[in-house]
Structure formats: C-alpha cells, structure tokens
Design a protein around this ligand. Structure first.
Ligand code: ATP
Length: 365
C-alpha cells in the first residue's frame, strides 16, 4: 500500500483560489479523513491526489515518487466516487471482475480474485445475481468490491455514504472501517461530517476556505484545536467562546475573566488585547461555591445528559451536564471550567495562543 505526501499544494480555477497551500502526509495504511464545510476544497484536493485535476503548484508524492503530472491511470488508485455506480445489466460477478477483465487478466486468475474479494465482503452467495434486485447494502458492497479488486495502492472515497439514511450510514461506516483494517489499505475519505471523521479516521485534516486549519489524530484535534474554526467545527454543541480583553505575559498560565482567574493547561505565548476563552460544553461544572457565575436561560433534555444554555458576563455558553442535575430556568449558578482542556485564542487571528500553538498544524497558507 502507499504513503501519500502533499507539499504546498495549490489549485486555482481562473482567478479563484480553491486550495491555498496544503502540506500533510498520509501514512501507509492510514484511514485518513479530509474534513471541512462545503466548498472548502476537499474534493479538489482529493482529485489532485488522484490525478483527475492538475495542481497549479506544489507536489504530490506517492511512496516517495513525485506524481503531480502523472495521469490518474498511472497512479494505481481506486476512486470510489459513489457507491451505487454499478453496471445494471451485469450480474455481481461481472461487475466486480470488470476492472480485471479490461486489464486483460487471465480468466482463471480473475475468477480466483473475485472469489477472494467476495469472501472479504461476505457476498459469495450473491455472485450470480443481477445487481438490479439487490438491497442497498449489497449494492454498496458490490461497488466496493469493484473498487478494491485490482489491489490498488490506495482507496479514495468522496462522501461515499452521503446519500444514505442515518442508520444504514452508521452500519456502512463500520463496515468500511472494518474492511480497511482487514485489507491494511491506505484510505483517503472526504466528508463534511465531523462525527463521521472522528469515528472512522486515524487522522484528520480540517480544511476551511482552501486552507489546512489543522492536521492530526482525532483526539488532539478535539482537545487542542489550533484555531477557533476547528474548535467550532468539531464537537456538538461546539466549543464555547467567552470573549474578554486581557493581558498575559509570555509563559503565562492563567487568564482573568470578570475578576476570576482561570488556570490554563499549557503556557501561552503572551497576549494583549481581545482574546477568546474556549471551553467544551462537557468541561463546565455547576458549583454554587464558584465565583464566576452564569444565569440559566434554557435547557434541552437528551436522555443521559442535558444541554444547559447560560448567560455569563463574557457571552452565552452551553454546558453539558448529567440530566439528573436539577436546573431551573432563570436561576444563577457558579461555574467551574475544567482547566485541562481550556484553549485561549487570539480573537482577531483566531489562532490558539498556547506556546505549542503549532501543535498539529503543518500548513496555514
Ligand atoms: P463540497 O463538499 O461541496 O463538494 P468541497 O470542500 O469538496 O465541497 P470543492 O469541490 O473542492 O469543495 O470546491 C472548492 C471550491 O472550488 C468551490 O468553491 C468550488 O465551487 C470551486 N470549484 C471546484 N471545481 C471547480 C471548477 N472546475 N471550476 C471552477 N471552480 C471550481
């Protein structure tokens, strides 16, 4: 399988700059997610890696070889555009064997390979059925079979589960991940769904407006967002932002909000001006002895937890607390913020201020 490295990759469509300057590495065997909102440049990035779009500048290496100008057919990548794209007039076996037959592989070798793939996918019993009458799940498996049968260096998938309903989507996500693990493949997967990215990915690149905002393992991205964009895009509800004006010296380990000092998990570079204190909803505790206070304005019951909205001196926030905790709308409560995961941002640039602000960030064009 393959390691894929992209360096300062850029794509312009006329005067529009779709991908600014992306740099990241996908290690051999990783399940790698390209995540971001619609129009951020995920598909364009994937298409450049696949050889379906020429980069304006920058480099793409597959297993150390620069492939930026190589056509798609010479990159040995299987692109799963859309899982339901099957040949309707052919049966399952012929759909899966098609890429091998068109490569001129001998018939006995094709038969053996198709059986191998059908075993992996659990579809040996439907090999001679027409694809027309198959269930959605089986059609999806056949389409995957056709993509993986050539033993490509990597699989590229662009929102493959986008059209499915929630329950089936979750099931297929688990199957895809299990298949990836069984085959030891390198998979690059485009999604705008942060939950899907967190659940399935070994690593995630978060993109916004053509820029790589952050690159890393899901937990680092969740716990240590490099920018306000990442902090809000990942997590539901997203990270809360409390705005304040402050000054912290280089190596500072606390900030003061409305007269209350809050300690920080990591030293920060030093800052002076408009800052943002970021705290995840589940890292807020209600404690009446705490000095910093908020007024409860709404609650939303979610079974094991509840989301409580509060007004604070520094803006509105949402806390996730156990649903058995009694809360009353209009009441005031003391608030504590778990210092282990607090992040302070420069309100103007949106960048995290901790001294390892570059933690996980490889490119920012
Ligand atoms: P989506 O999930 O909506 O497809 P995306 O993050 O995959 O979003 P891209 O498809 O990569 O985004 O598109 C990035 C930007 O580049 C968009 O603004 C899009 O309109 C623009 N774009 C993409 N392809 C072309 C093209 N061939 N010509 C002009 N602009 C394009």
């Amino acid at each position: 399988m393959a390691q894929i490295r992209i360096v300062n990759l850029r794509k312009d469509f006329g005067s529009f700059n779709a991908v600014k300057s992306s740099t990241f590495t996908i290690e051999d065997g990783e399940f790698f997610m390209l995540l971001g909102p619609s129009g951020c440049g995920k598909t364009t990035t994937l298409r450049m890696m696949a050889g379906l779009e020429l980069p304006t500048s920058g480099e793409i290496f597959i297993d150390g070889e620069e492939v930026g100008m190589k056509p798609a057919s010479q990159r040995d990548i299987a692109f799963v555009f859309q899982m339901f794209a099957l040949y309707p007039h052919m049966n399952v076996r012929r759909n899966i064997s098609y890429p091998l037959v068109s490569q001129g592989m001998p018939r006995t070798a094709v038969r053996q390979k198709v059986h191998e793939i059908a075993e992996i996918l659990g579809i040996t019993n439907i090999l001679d059925r027409p694809v027309g009458g198959l269930s959605g799940g089986d059609r999806q498996r056949v389409a995957l079979g056709r993509a993986i049968v050539r033993d490509p260096k990597a699989f590229f998938m662009d929102e493959p589960l986008g059209a499915l309903d929630a329950e089936f989507r979750e099931h297929m996500a688990e199957e895809l991940r299990a298949l990836h693990d069984r085959m030891g493949a390198t998979t690059v997967y485009v999604t705008h769904d942060q939950l899907e990215a967190m659940q399935m990915g070994d690593k995630i690149v978060v993109m916004n407006h053509g820029i790589v905002e952050q690159f890393g393992v899901p937990q680092d991205i969740y716990d240590w967002p490099a920018t306000k964009f990442v902090a809000q895009f990942i997590g539901s509800p997203p990270m809360n932002f409390l705005n304040f004006h402050g000054m912290v010296g280089k190596g500072g380990t606390s900030v003061t909000l409305d007269g209350t000092a809050f300690s920080l998990p990591r030293m920060i570079e030093g800052a002076n001006g408009d800052l943002t204190f970021g705290v995840r909803p589940e890292h807020i505790q209600f404690d009446d002895s705490a000095r910093y206070r908020g007024r409860i304005i709404a609650t939303e019951y979610l079974g094991t937890t509840q989301i409580v909205s509060l007004d604070t001196p520094n803006g509105q926030i949402k806390a996730r607390i156990a649903s058995h905790e009694a809360v009353g709308i209009g009441q005031t409560t003391g608030l504590r913020f778990d210092p282990r995961t607090v992040t302070v941002f420069d309100a103007g640039t949106g960048r995290a201020l901790r001294s390892e602000a570059n933690h996980g960030v490889l490119a920012h064009g």
